[in-house]
Ligand binder design. Structure first.
Ligand SMILES: Nc1ncnc2c1ncn2[C@@H]1O[C@H](COP(=O)(O)OP(=O)(O)OP(=O)(O)O)[C@@H](O)[C@H]1O
Ligand SMILES: [Mg+2]
Length: 295
């Protein structure tokens, strides 16, 4: 299903980039991407690996997908995906690079923006520049079917801002009590801020499917009972040493082990999220909501 070709030649990359730009011109910014934020509460539960692999699966199913590393301090998507990206949003803010130049296109056609730390810089730009940037950024939303946001851990203002601006929040947890408590804390913050989108939970690093299901059910029950919130089951991913091997190889596991069970589970997760992610109907685009939240 997936090409296991290493990074691809320079010529391939050029063709990828050209076809991306061509598609963008032909599309005339017609679409409005669904926004999926992948978040957790507790750190180290697998958000970045899930975001990367999920995005690859979605792009492989003919979706035009953009993956944004929104971990403003410790973003490591570039490491997991072996992307050597020189530019991020800050280069666009200071006017040195265009939006096309900060999007890294992978051989599979997935667009990736590494390090959204530049978004913080928006606080210091004038209104004219801010509007210009917002226009460029919202073109990204118009230009993709889906934008996947890999957030940092915790319930900081920045993480919550990205989640609230999204259509669908995928809360990642493990069966550990601390991870479950922190996942619930995130759901509580979303509910407290009247988040109107979809909330799903995926249980990662479970020892068995039954353990994953039980973990999901416990969180869903408490969220329903105390917050009145419906939390959907995005499925279980088992603990698998192949995922660690893939990280060491700097290759997403779905590409390193296309036939493994963890790959099938990630493909199923992508299909589920693709179906459950309601279309963006808001007048305000995702990036406008993010910027309004921050400033
Ligand atoms: N299903 C899995 N099986 C085995 N190891 C896993 C699995 N999922 C994630 N890991 C390992 O857990 C570690 C953390 O993964 P990852 O960086 O994706 O988490 P994160 O939630 O993004 O962390 P952070 O909060 O620091 O951003 C990595 O070493 C990864 O290899
Ligand atoms: Mg991470």
């Amino acid at each position: 299903m997936f090409s296991t070709n290493k990074a691809g030649s320079q010529a391939d990359k050029q063709v990828d980039k050209e076809s991306f730009l061509l598609r963008r011109m032909m599309d005339g910014c017609q679409r409005r991407a669904k926004i999926l934020a992948v978040t957790s509460g507790k750190g180290g539960v697998g958000k970045t690996n899930i975001s990367a692999n999920l995005s690859i699966c979605l792009a492989a199913s003919q979706k035009k997908v953009l993956l944004l590393d929104a971990d403003m301090s410790l973003g490591n998507l570039d490491v997991i995906m072996d992307i050597n990206s020189k530019y991020n949003i800050s280069h666009m803010i200071n006017g040195h690079k265009s939006i096309e130049e900060i999007v890294h296109i992978t051989p599979g056609g997935l667009g990736v923006i590494c390090g959204a730390s530049g978004l913080e810089g928006l606080a210091n730009v004038g209104e004219f520049q801010r509007q210009r940037l917002l226009k460029e950024l919202s073109c990204l939303q118009d230009d993709n079917d889906m934008i996947v946001i890999d957030t940092a851990a915790g319930i900081s203002k920045s993480v919550v801002g990205f989640c609230l601006a999204s259509d669908h929040v995928l809360v990642v947890t493990t069966p550990d009590a601390t991870a479950m408590t922190d996942a619930y804390a995130m759901i509580k913050v979303l509910a407290g801020n009247k988040f109107a989108g979809h909330i799903s939970v995926t249980v990662n690093m479970a020892r068995t499917i039954a353990e994953g299901k039980k973990t999901y059910q416990q969180i869903a029950n408490v969220a329903k009972r105390f917050l009145g919130v419906d939390v959907y089951d995005a499925g279980t991913l088992l603990r698998d040493e192949r995922l660690n091997n893939a990280v060491r190889m700097r290759k997403p596991v779905v590409l390193a082990y296309p036939k493994a069970q963890i790959t099938s589970s990630l493909v199923a997760l992508a299909a589920k999220l693709n179906n459950g992610c309601a279309a963006n109907t808001s007048e305000d685009g995702f990036f406008k909501k993010v910027v309004d939240w921050f400033f």
